[in-house]
Ligand binder design. Structure first.
Ligand code: SF4
Length: 684
């Protein structure tokens, strides 16, 4: 008998923990994945793979995998028939072509990023297609880190110090709304920093996975981050704990800020955050006294809510007031969507304005309005379970009902596909296509190791065939994906890498970026300085100085509802992880954290079934009565189908703010005030 062919392929985990992604080694025997291990030689992860990465092999040979194009026979959950690729593409193109181009929209989820996180080639291609054809493309950051990015960018502090810089230099690390569940690879660097003597402080609305590693944990009220940062600013300025030389040389608007924060003393901050005033003062003093102090901000969850961007904006002022920007060990640490100094790629968008004559603003609420108004006739959803991730699910569902054709591209069915799609196209998995990921240290090659299962195709192939059917000229002027990626990499950050060179170098290229942000002190604002006072914000109708607005209180729905991430789930990926047997065992059931006093007043028992509800809708879960959360706040892991029935889809920012940065900032509020009651089962 012939000996089985065994190969070990070096690649990256297909998940999305940017910018702290992990390398993996995959053993392939006779066309099957037989082993997945961490890659000891990967400079970012050094052999680490969390349980999500270790379960990635279950993507392949999975009986739930979508293997063929399918079309819905009638509007019935399971009424699907297999169709051929030519038939699928002809139906899609036919429907798109029968309406004006602006009625076609593409929305991308993180699932698209399986082989291109940090390089975002799929997103670039979708944007290029929309630009040339005149259709809609919306930036996916609006569902994630974009709003926090807006707050940081308005102040001028978008660049980050890397995890390697943290372990080597930071003497104090403040994990502010950052849970290492979304960047587990940073945990090793946190440990190294602690071993060197660094102190770790966590700030969150609950006790998270990160809390256990902290020397001090501060539990604050949801949405009060801006109040805490303003209270800290008050102490810094009042007690002259600031770096006057740095402020004079590199900031704008200090005098206005100093006079503005006089009203926000620690007592004021205490009433809004729930922390003792002495603790706020002592936090400010410790932060100021530790020159190499790094704040690692949460990437996504902490920015959900009306105060989301205000928190990011106010926190970004702290390292500027104390002269901690542009130094090793200081600044702001890694966060989802953060950028290392010098990091970049070539933009594949064509030169000139988009051919779209009626652009729907890059904003969740505007998208919901447009869907409900019937302004979209074909919606293509790539790697996203939009029905579970968008706020105000019922509005989205109404909008879906007005769309003539919904096309989903994915690996597994999910409830958006099951309930709303008309055509589903089978997507390739990470080992079935050429890709590349970028962290803040390296560019990594991801070679195809297996042929696609069934009739699965890459997103690039799908867009190319749609472009050909719609006669979109110059959409793909490259010979193949390899040359497209070469073009994308043509940037000083990658030292102008090419796929061929990556192959010759064992699959990686060290990036030409700085380990600490802003080494040249050229900040991301119109003035080039850190802007405590922002004329740009004023012109958009926003406050020119950092502010805090207390969350609205509701007698009817008195609990603040918040969501977040844990180590054992993936947001909406892979049908919320349910498609992967290992993850499915660990994902559990929707569980609502509720404080004992809130549970007692509502006669809720630990482990009991509850309804979470407000004026928008309701969601059911199991109660976890826990002291790990403050009274008045309830919390749940995100990514449950139907959970966003209770969240708010109103806009956070005015339309004038949407084009401020290259990333999408059009997040909706996505928070909720709710009440919770036990589910009383009917006895009949
Ligand atoms: S930490 Fe993220 S990138 Fe690393 S193995 Fe886990 S899921 Fe994959």
């Amino acid at each position: 008998m012939a000996e089985a062919e065994t190969r070990v392929v070096r690649t990256m985990c297909p998940m999305n923990c940017h910018p702290t992604l992990c390398g993996m080694q995959v053993t392939v025997q006779d066309g099957l994945v037989t082993r997945i291990e961490g890659d000891d030689d990967n400079p970012d992860s050094r052999g680490f793979l969390c349980m999500r990465g270790r379960s990635a092999g279950e993507l392949l040979g999975n009986e739930r995998r979508i293997l063929y194009p399918m079309a819905r026979v009638r509007r019935d959950r399971n009424a699907w028939e297999r169709i051929s690729w030519p038939e699928a593409m002809s139906r899609i193109a036919g429907s798109v072509a029968s309406h004006p181009p602006e009625q076609f929209g593409i929305w991308m989820g993180h699932g698209d990023a399986a082989t291109n996180y940090g390089t975002r080639s799929g997103g670039q291609l979708a944007k290029r297609f929309a630009h040339l054809y005149g259709s809609q493309w919306w930036h996916p950051a609006m569902i994630c880190w974009g709003l926090g990015g807006f707050g940081l960018g308005i102040t001028g502090v978008l660049e980050v110090n890397t995890k390697e810089d943290m372990s080597a230099h930071s003497d104090l690390v403040v994990l502010w709304g950052a849970n290492i569940a979304s960047q587990p690879n940073t945990a090793r660097h946190l440990k190294l920093a602690k071993a060197r003597g660094a102190r770790v402080i966590t700030i969150d609305v609950r006790d998270s996975e990160a809390t256990a590693r902290a020397d001090l944990h501060l539990r604050i009220r949801p949405g009060s981050d801006a109040a805490l940062a303003l209270g800290i600013m008050h102490t810094l300025i009042n007690e002259a704990l600031i770096d006057r030389d740095f402020i004079d040389a590199h900031t704008l608007g200090f005098e206005q800020l100093a006079s503005h924060v006089r009203q926000f003393d620690a007592g004021w901050a205490s009433t809004h955050t729930g922390l003792d005033a002495e603790i706020i003062v002592s936090l400010a003093r410790e932060y100021a006294a530790t020159h190499r102090a790094m704040i690692v901000m949460g990437g996504s969850s902490m920015h959900k809510g009306a105060n989301g961007w205000h928190g990011a904006r106010a926190i970004a002022c702290l390292p500027a007031l104390t002269g901690k920007l542009g130094i090793p060990g200081g600044g702001l640490g890694e966060r989802h969507g953060g950028t290392a100094h010098g990091f970049g790629l070539k933009d594949l968008s064509p030169i000139g304005a988009s051919a779209c004559t009626a652009i729907i603003p890059d904003q969740m609420s505007a998208m919901l309005d447009a869907f409900e108004a019937g302004k979209i006739s074909t919606l293509m959803l790539n790697g996203t379970n939009m029905g579970s991730s968008f706020a105000e699910t019922h509005r989205l569902e109404r909008g879906f009902g007005k769309i003539e054709q919904i096309v989903c591209i994915d690996l597994f069915m999910n409830e958006t596909i099951a309930q709303h799609a008309d055509i589903v196209l089978p997507a390739t998995a990470w080992l079935e296509q050429l890709g590349a990921k970028m962290t803040h240290t390296h560019l990594y090659l991801m070679e195809p190791a297996l042929p696609p299962e069934g009739e699965c195709r890459t997103f690039s192939e799908i867009l190319r065939s749609l472009a050909a059917a719609l006669d979109v000229q110059q959409f793909f002027p490259w010979d193949d994906d390899e040359h497209m990626l070469d073009q994308l990499f043509d940037h000083p950050a990658t030292v102008h890498a090419t796929i061929r060179r990556l192959r010759e170098q064992g699959g990686k290229q060290a990036l030409n970026v700085s380990r600490h942000g802003y080494p040249t002190h050229a900040f991301s604002t119109p003035s080039g300085k850190v802007e405590f006072f922002s004329e740009r914000a004023g012109k958009m109708g926003l406050a020119a100085l950092p502010v805090f607005t207390p969350p609205e209180e509701s007698a009817q729905y008195p609990l603040q509802f918040r969501q977040g991430r844990t180590l054992t789930h993936f947001h909406g990926f892979y049908d919320h992880g349910a498609a992967l047997p290992t993850m499915n065992k660990r994902r559990g059931k929707p569980t609502l954290w509720i404080a004992p006093v809130d549970a007692m007043h509502r006669e809720i028992e630990d482990g009991g079934a509850v309804r979470i509800f407000n004026e928008r809708g309701e969601f059911r879960a199991t109660a976890l009565v826990t002291t790990k959360i403050e009274a008045g706040t309830v919390w749940m892991r995100d990514g449950w189908a139907g959970l966003n029935r209770v969240t708010n889809g109103d806009a956070c920012l005015p339309e004038a703010a949407l084009g401020t940065f290259a990333f999408g900032v059009g997040q909706s509020l996505q928070d909720a005030q709710v009440d919770v009651r036990p589910v009383v089962e009917s006895l009949t």
